[in-house]
Write a protein that binds this ligand. Structure first.
Ligand code: SDX
Length: 427
């Protein structure tokens, strides 16, 4: 017998079903609340509200658990590549070698963008933020590929998915090349997915370019760790925009814009800017922590805190370890890493952060690695977007499979009651 919740409103009591997830999470199903009571619920930042039932990613914020399709993030990070992880998220299972080869070949086939695409960047200022270029370019893919727009046609969706996964690294690298005034590098399909991105970012037509395997593996790891994170701000954006039945390119473009925000994916750029400011201003880590705690100061300890994790973000632990490993293998001494470690040590002992259960999140250490491999801060969030793309796609597809209505929240109106219009002479 399904568990029921009783809701007493005035003299009436109604029963609502309690839904139980496969990991024991429980939710009150309020789909019939308004029809039964005339009331709605109110939860502006959705901190208490589930938007869907999903089988893609499980997070236990209290225990610091993250699993994609049931596989623990640490095991995936150790045993898989990013493309294997992308396949897992989108198809729901780890690929066989044959399935992975076929997936990889299809991705390789779509890495180039239409030649006219290159003109698009020329309209952009040199200092255009890459996330502006990526979201605009992603949306405009719909104009180049009218044969993969119908979200209800499985074949059109499959081609659109492969095109997006293949082209986002190309689009992002072109944004960077445009910003530094270097020629765009065509994809080199002999390289791995990450190797090809590094080639398009850092190679030039004048010099041979060798992909550093240490950097390639570090970036592959970072993309795995960023690949999905259940119903975060940008994923919820992709889902609700997709529910209007607009094409996949436009839905993902909306997700890129949401991710750009400093409270979300933009935090990885914010962390490095914070660490650099501490280093350049000559203030101590303790000085900055005190500022981050002060109500009179808008500074925040960027890269700390999370809506769901009230324990360590498991991704932060893996990335912190990778920081030391990658920097040692590259022979890089990073003052920024030293400052980050000191900030973390101070914050984890400070009542302000302990009481609010603020721990390092995925963004706290990722920028240190991006910085060490030569990525400009402005590209950090675009890298996050490349990693998150398979998750956005998987969530968008799951929404289409299960949610057959457009997403349209209600509101509680607190504005003026009815009044008559005065003409301009009467006002
Ligand atoms: C990502 O949702 C996801 O899963 C996101 C993500 C993903 O993979 O998709 O994990 C990726 O976006 C990680 C978060 C990156 N953002 C940052 O690092 C920016 C800094 N962190 C915060 O702005 C904040 O912690 C959020 C936005 C991440 C979470 O915000 P919440 O859950 O709405 O919490 P809140 O802002 O209400 O903060 C609760 C309290 C407040 O203090 P009081 O008003 O109770 O006194 O904690 C304080 C906040 O002022 N606080 C911080 C802080 N984060 C929260 N104080 C100082 N420094 C911080 N970083």
């Amino acid at each position: 017998m399904a568990e029921k919740a009783e809701l007493r409103i005035g003299g009436d009591v109604i029963e609502l079903d309690v839904i139980v997830g496969t990991e024991g999470e429980r939710a009150i199903n309020i789909e019939e609340l308004r029809s039964k009571t005339g009331l709605i619920t109110l939860d502006p930042s959705y901190a208490n509200t589930g938007s869907c039932e999903s089988s893609i990613t499980f997070i236990d914020g209290e225990k610091g658990i993250l699993r994609y399709r049931g596989y623990d993030i640490a095991e995936l990070a150790e045993k898989c590549t990013f493309l294997e992880t992308a396949y897992l998220l989108i198809e729901g299972k780890l690929p066989t070698r044959e399935e992975l080869d076929k997936f990889r070949e299809s991705i390789r086939y779509h890495t180039m963008v239409h030649e006219d695409f290159r003109l698009f960047y020329r309209a952009m200022p040199k200092d255009a933020h890459p996330m502006a270029a990526c979201s605009a370019a992603c949306a405009s893919l719909a104009t180049f590929y009218p044969d993969s727009l119908d979200p209800r046609d499985p074949r059109e969706v499959e081609v659109g998915v492969h095109r997006l996964i293949a082209k986002l690294p190309t689009i992002a690298s072109y944004a960077y090349k445009h910003a530094i005034g270097q020629p765009f590098m065509y994809p080199d399909n002999r390289l791995s997915y990450v190797g090809n991105f590094l080639h398009m970012m850092f190679a030039t037509p004048c010099e041979p370019y060798e992909v550093d395997p240490v950097v390639e593996r570090a970036l592959d790891l970072l993309f795995i760790l960023h690949a999905d994170h259940e119903q975060n701000c940008s994923t919820s954006t992709v889902r609700i925009v997709g529910s209007s039945h607009v094409n996949l390119f436009a839905s993902i473009s909306a997700g890129i814009n949401a991710l750009w925000g400093p409270r979300h994916g933009g935090a990885n750029q914010g962390v490095i800017e914070m660490l650099q400011a501490i280093a350049e201003e000559g203030i101590t880590a303790k000085d900055f922590v005190d500022r981050a705690k002060s109500r009179n100061d808008t500074s925040r300890l960027v890269g700390f805190g999370h809506r769901v994790y009230k324990n360590f973000d498991p991704r932060a632990k893996i990335i912190k370890k990778a920081c030391f490993d990658v920097l040692a293998r590259l022979g890089v001494n990073s003052k920024l890493l030293e400052i980050a470690v000191e900030l973390e040590e101070l914050a984890l002992k400070d009542d302000y952060f302990v009481e609010r259960k603020l721990y390092p999140n995925v963004d706290f250490y990722s920028g240190v690695i991006y910085n060490a491999i030569g990525t400009p801060e402005s590209m950090f969030t675009a890298m996050f977007a490349i990693g998150r793309l398979p998750g956005w796609i998987a969530q968008w597809a799951e929404m289409h499979d299960h949610q057959h209505k457009i997403g349209r929240p209600r509101q509680v109106y607190q504005g003026a009651n009815e009044r008559s219009v005065q003409t301009i002479d009467e006002r």
